[in-house]
Design a binder for this molecule. Structure first.
Ligand code: AVI
Length: 325
């Protein structure tokens, strides 16, 4: 049984108020938008897990194959501490530990996620590994890194995991700032493993983000239903349609919610009322796609040197192992 220690309360003080402030700020911008991290309430996290099993969304399976194939090189005997930012179901970390076999030493695992249900699921996936101590951080990546950055011993060698192409959900300035924050939580010789989805034909990308079963549409629309539930909004869910668009110039898939008709919307707790025209969109997520050399240069720019890059050529996904320099 893996001992688990939890930091941070479920709802940090003022987090609902923060949600209301963000909803007001972003829905009144032009174009209207909502920060993508709010997609992940309990239902949103479950829908995202379902997306990862869809035949049209190959990222998770491709990454798992790479993790299993290279676990021994990634989790070599010197690594004492692993921090995973955005642990999801915990399946990838479990695959890495299982794949490293008996070659590894005792491990301190830190998993960081805003979703309590994701942390609970990840904790279950990591139960049963010998010589593993688990600490869960129910908070944002930045706050988790901050907590993690403080507690360190001289003999530690750290490995940070940022998988699932989560880096693709940052715009380029945010991405560089975030990689800088990760670098600041590490010492020279510590490492970062970054999982990134690669550029591929547009039709494959559109299918991945607008699947025929409508799971991604439900994931996107759930954000409106979350606002209704938590902030006393009155969005009519069937008044919106999910749209996935490929922005060639910016090399990103965008998710939007398109108003099917002219409608008035009220969100009590955000003190907001507005009218949406037919066809007007709310932009909810960007998912940037990269090629392998771009990944090397973003890491070098943040103070890392690339040690290895493994590519799944079938589903076009890259795992890059980089050392803090
Ligand atoms: C979590 N993130 C990397 C996913 C992505 O591919 O951008 C979220 C997602 N959005 C729609 N499908 C999956």
């Amino acid at each position: 049984m893996t001992p688990t220690l939890t930091t941070q309360p479920a709802t940090t003080p003022g987090s609902r108020c923060r949600f209301a402030d963000d909803v007001r700020e972003f829905l009144t911008q032009k174009p209207r938008q909502l920060p993508s991290h709010y997609l992940y309430d309990e239902l949103g996290s479950a829908l995202f897990e379902a997306i990862c099993r869809l035949p049209w969304y190959p990222l998770t399976r491709a990454e798992l194959r790479l993790l299993e194939a290279h676990a021994g090189e990634i989790l070599d005997a010197g690594v004492t501490t692993v921090i995973e930012l955005g642990a999801g179901s915990g399946a990838k970390l479990a695959a890495l530990i299982a794949g490293a076999g008996t070659g590894r030493g005792p491990l301190d695992l830190h998993i960081v996620d805003v979703s309590r249900s994701a942390l609970a699921q990840a904790s279950r996936a990591l139960e049963g590994f010998e010589r593993v101590r688990l600490v869960t951080h129910e908070t944002t990546y930045e706050a988790g890194l901050e907590e993690f950055g403080h507690a360190r011993s001289v003999t530690e060698r750290r490995l940070a995991l940022f998988l699932g192409s989560n880096i693709g959900n940052f715009d380029p300035p945010g991405r560089d700032a975030f990689l800088g924050t990760v670098r600041a939580a590490l010492n020279p010789r510590d490492a970062l493993l970054l999982g990134v989805d690669l550029l591929k034909p547009e039709r494959e990308l559109l299918l991945a983000y607008d699947d025929p079963l409508g799971v991604t549409a439900a994931f996107n629309l759930n954000l409106l239903s979350r606002i209704n539930r938590e902030l006393r909004g009155d969005f009519e869910i069937d008044g919106f349609a999910h749209r996935a668009l490929w922005n060639e110039e910016r090399s990103r898939i965008e998710m939007h919610l398109c108003s099917r008709r002219r409608q008035r919307i009220g969100i009590r707790e955000a003190d907001l009322e507005f009218v949406m025209a037919e066809g007007e969109m709310i932009w909810t997520e960007s998912s940037y796609k990269y090629d392998p050399p771009q990944i090397v240069s973003m890491l070098e720019g943040a103070g890392f040197g690339v040690r290895a890059q493994w590519i799944d050529s079938v589903d076009r996904f890259a795992l890059t192992l980089a050392e803090a320099v």
